[in-house]
Each structure stands twice: as C-alpha cells, then as structure tokens.
Design a protein around this ligand. Sequence first.
Ligand code: NAD
Length: 272
Amino acid sequence: MGNPSFDLKGRVAVVTGGTGVLGSAMTRGLAQAGATVCVLGRRVEVGQKLAAEIASQGGQASAWRADVMDRAQLLQAREEILAKYGRIDILLNGAGGNLPGASIPPDKNFFDLNIGEFQKVVDLNLTGTVLPSQIFAEPMSKQGSGVIINISSMNAIRPLTRVAGYSAAKSAINNFTQWLAVEMVKKFGEHIRVNAIAPGFFLTEQNRTLLTNPDGSLTERGRLILQGTPFGRFGKPEELVGTLVWLCSDAANFVTGVVVPVDGGFSASAGI
Ligand SMILES: NC(=O)c1ccc[n+]([C@@H]2O[C@H](COP(=O)([O-])OP(=O)(O)OC[C@H]3O[C@@H](n4cnc5c(N)ncnc54)[C@H](O)[C@@H]3O)[C@@H](O)[C@H]2O)c1
C-alpha cells in the first residue's frame, strides 16, 4: 500500500470567515490542494472577489453570505451548497477573533470588564464554531465522512492579559474539539474527524490595534509577543496551509481530537 494522499481533489470545503486574513489564506490553500471551496462571510462581495481570484488561477470556489451567528443564513447556504455540489466534506471554522470592546484597557482592570462585550466575544468564537459545526457536519454524518477544523489560539493554553473573553472562548474551542471528535467517532464512525489549529501570532484586523500603533510600529504588547516567539517574527498566513491540508487529507486518517500549534515556537518557549 502506498502512502496516504494529501490531495483534496473532489472534496467540497466550507470556510466560515473565509474573507478574513487567515481565512482567505487558508481558503486559497485548500483550493490549491484541489478542494472546491465555498467561502462564507458576512459581506458576500468580498467572498466573490476571492472566489474569482481562485477561479482565475484554475481553482474552484464560490461565495455565500452567512453570519456564523445566524442559523437561517447558515441553513440557506448549506441548502444552496448541497444543491450545487451535492456534498460537504470539509468545514473550516475560520470566523472569530477578539473584539476591541472586550479588551480591558491597560489602565483598567477586571472590574471594568464590560460583560456585554465579554458575552459577544465568547459567543462569536464559541457559538460561532458550534452552530456552523451543527449545520455543516450534518450532511457529513449522512455521507459517513468529513473533516471539521476549528481555530484555537495560544490564549487557549495560557491566557494573555487583557483578553479574558477571547481566552476563555478559545480554551473552550480546545475542549469542544476533543468533545466533538469523540462524539462523531462514537455516533458516526471513524471517517468523521475533528481537529483544531492553534495559530501563534499573525498580524490581522482583529489584533492590529493590540499589536501595532497607528504608525505601524509595535506596541509594547506586540514587542513582548515577538520576544516570546523563538522565531522572532509574526507568522505569515500561508504558513498555516500545510498543517490545514494535512489535517483535512487522508494523510491524517488516524488523527482526531488534536490541537496543532503553528506558532514559531511560542507555546514551547519559557522565554529564557
Ligand atoms: N491573527 C492571529 O494572530 C490569530 C491567532 C490565533 C487565532 N486566530 C484566529 O484566527 C481566526 C481568523 O482570524 P484573523 O486573525 O484572520 O482575523 P480577521 O479579522 O482577519 O478575520 C476574522 C474573520 O471573521 C469574520 N467574522 C467576524 N464575525 C463574524 C460573524 N459573526 N459571522 C461571520 N464571519 C464573521 C470577519 O469578517 C473576518 O472575515 C479567528 O478565529 C482568530 O481568533 C488568529
């Protein structure tokens, strides 16, 4: 028997938050590995632009409007995707991130935390992963095969200061990844796998104001993060693709319930 394949040809992948910085890089990566990619986002025009770019390079992609908190929109996208492609093989839960109002400013403390913003960030990252999983993994359960990839964070392992809600939600993503992995195997067999990627630090829209000043220079927090990253630099979004394609492919057929750091060594380092 030959080695299992990393090829995703013929697989239909749904990416939530597919228009984000990391989401779009991972969407391009899935398309390059052969998957037909359905880009979901709140602004369908942005998804359509990405889909057109992928198509112009010989890949297959299309775009749908869907807020990950909106059950009706997700269900509609699912029905249209199934009508168009007949199956769903991969779900990448890429939507999420911190919300500025949920960060405790440097001169404030826990007692100033806005509980409404805390709930919003927990909802976006946790419910915004659980709900699309419910909706897009259902066809997988009928097919008897599929892969779900969640997006965790370094905050899930050791929380960073200021972002209590984001950290709690990403920690819950690790737990949910393990929980759903076991649930899927026990109820639907070993061909539905659930794993997560924990990116280290990548400069994107949801953390730009925490990590950089308006003039582009690093904030003190940004400087400390690079100091804690043995590579001494932020990740490049395309550096997530190899791990993603591996986890989605038959090469990872015996891998479920894991959270893989892609972090330039951040989680391994004691900083000394
Ligand atoms: N950038 C990093 O360093 C880093 C590190 C660890 C984890 N992550 C995670 O990676 C994922 C992608 O984030 P990113 O850094 O590319 O940020 P980003 O802001 O570029 O992308 C986030 C995407 O989620 C979308 N989104 C937000 N709310 C949504 C909703 N209700 N419905 C649908 N889409 C919604 C945004 O429109 C955007 O497209 C997030 O889960 C984030 O927490 C990022």
